[in-house]
Design a protein around this ligand. Structure first.
Ligand code: ATP
Ligand code: MG
Length: 443
């Protein structure tokens, strides 16, 4: 079971041979016990920072966190974090300990960690050190704070998001006392840096249990993003939807592939429905133009999360066009490739599938076969290397100028030619395009 990477073995052995205690700790112990491949291997030790520096004096090390006791040892270009056993001092801001205190016993170090399943250490001499029932909670699938939940969330409110994240990604339940403290202290999340929230939210949304967590902890999500709260219980009054906007949203999140971009797009795609809502003479509800309203709200949410520009732009693009028809029809697909590019179009196909399945009123088999037919038609179209942008056209601005076009007429003529090519009214062949352009310009 314990197959450590060479770098982690090296770090443990070095410290051990120098007379110190050393353990791998945290996520790597949890994941190994679960039979999953750990993402990274962290080491903890009773060696003090200056002692660690001496032990690894001949290695390439990075001293980024030395005042908190962390040294990064590079082993064949792979980083391994080594941290002195420590406990955290007082927390006065729900975020950072005012100081860290180095300690001699690994159990004290484990006591500062967030959840029992994350508070285990291992080395080959001692085996698993599990002071808080982490193995039992792993076996039962429970996320439980180490110690008093209210106190632990009070120290660092990000732990609230981490609890939801681990519950979502591992499909674990949250222990009742921990659960109660999450609901009671959710407002303290507002003190946490957006960048830290974003990381945990993305992992939460991409977990297999995301839907269950969004349902059970919607109050936490609405505390973070009050603009989303109106979705809960909002009756769409239409035969096209079986559920309220929030339940539709949760189902759409569950049904889209697990990437941050797609899951955020589904979380936010209908948040503008309430603002755009109207009821017609027959009593039927409509949400005309809700895509734009959703984009407006989503922009604010993504700005609050300090989302990087590329992710933000893609999420907003997908929200804005989630109502566009996308069918196997060749000319329509060419048009969509022109508007979106291949990557975003493929994402839009997934968005539309999830949106349709999450209405609860569409035949799932029909939705799936529509998606497959659209993807097959797209693959067939792309294998022809179709011309869908100005750049791909067999003529360019210089060619059009040579025919006598000047100024704005150059761009307009090229765009007019592209429209013909997109519509399959003209082939993307140089001679044909030049001939047509000549006639169009009256040259
Ligand atoms: P992942 O597999 O996603 O990396 P992880 O549990 O390793 O999960 P990290 O953020 O890498 O998470 O943290 C490593 C360890 O440090 C955790 O397992 C936990 O023991 C401890 N830890 C991390 N963040 C906190 C926190 N906010 N409060 C208390 N302990 C924490
Ligand atoms: Mg980790």
């Amino acid at each position: 079971m314990w197959k450590l990477p060479a770098g982690a073995e090296f770090v443990l052995r070095r410290l051990h041979d120098a007379g110190y205690q050393a353990y791998v700790v945290g996520g790597c112990v949890r994941d190994t016990l679960l039979g999953k491949a750990p993402k990274d291997w962290d080491v903890c030790t009773n060696a003090l920072p200056h002692e660690m520096q001496r032990v690894f004096a001949d290695c390439h090390v990075i001293e980024t966190g030395l005042q908190h006791g962390t040294l990064t040892v590079m082993y064949h270009h792979e980083p391994f974090e080594v941290t002195t056993f420590r406990v955290d001092g007082e927390y006065t801001d729900h975020r950072h300990p005012d100081e860290v205190i180095f300690v001699a016993d690994v159990r004290d170090d484990l006591s500062r960690r967030d959840f029992t399943v994350n508070a285990m250490a291992w080395n080959p001499e001692v085996g698993v050190v599990d002071a808080f029932g982490g193995q039992e909670d792993l076996a039962a699938g429970v996320i439980r704070c180490v110690g008093e939940p209210e106190k632990r969330f009070g120290e660092d409110a990000l732990r609230i998001m981490r609890a939801l994240r681990f519950a979502s990604t591992y499909g674990f339940a949250i222990d009742p006392a921990t659960d109660a403290a999450i609901h009671a202290l959710k407002h303290t999340l507002r003190d946490v840096a957006a960048e830290r929230i974003r990381v945990e939210l993305a992992k939460l949304l991409c977990g297999d249990g995301a839907g269950d967590i969004l349902r059970a902890y919607r109050d936490v999500i609405f505390t973070l993003f009050p603009a989303l709260a109106a979705m809960e219980g909002f009756d769409q009054r239409t035969r096209h939807h079986l559920w309220d906007v929030w339940e539709h949203t949760v189902r759409a999140v569950e049904m889209v592939p697990a990437s941050e971009t797609l899951r955020l797009a589904m979380l936010l795609h209908d948040c503008g429905k309430i603002a755009a809502f109207s009821v017609d003479d027959q009593g039927e509800g409509h949400a005309y133009g809700h895509e734009e309203q959703s984009v407006r709200i989503a922009e604010k949410v993504l700005a609050e999360l300090r989302m990087d520009n590329a992710t933000r732009d893609r999420v907003l693009l997908l929200i804005g066009c989630h109502g566009w028809p996308v069918t196997p029809e060749r000319r329509l697909l060419k048009r969509r490739l022109n508007q979106l590019g291949e990557e975003a179009l493929r994402q839009l196909i997934e968005v539309k599938r999830a949106d349709a399945l999450a209405t609860g009123t569409k035949d799932p088999a029909a939705v799936e076969s529509h998606r497959s037919a659209t993807l097959s038609a797209l693959d067939a179209l792309l294998s022809e290397k179709p011309c869908v942008t100005l750049r791909e056209m067999a003529v360019n601005g210089r060619d059009v100028m040579a025919l006598g076009a000047k100024g704005r007429a150059v761009g307009e003529t090229l765009q007019w030619l592209l429209e013909q090519v997109l519509d399959d009214a003209l082939p993307n062949e140089r001679d044909v395009l030049l001939e047509t352009a000549r006639a169009h310009l009256g040259a």
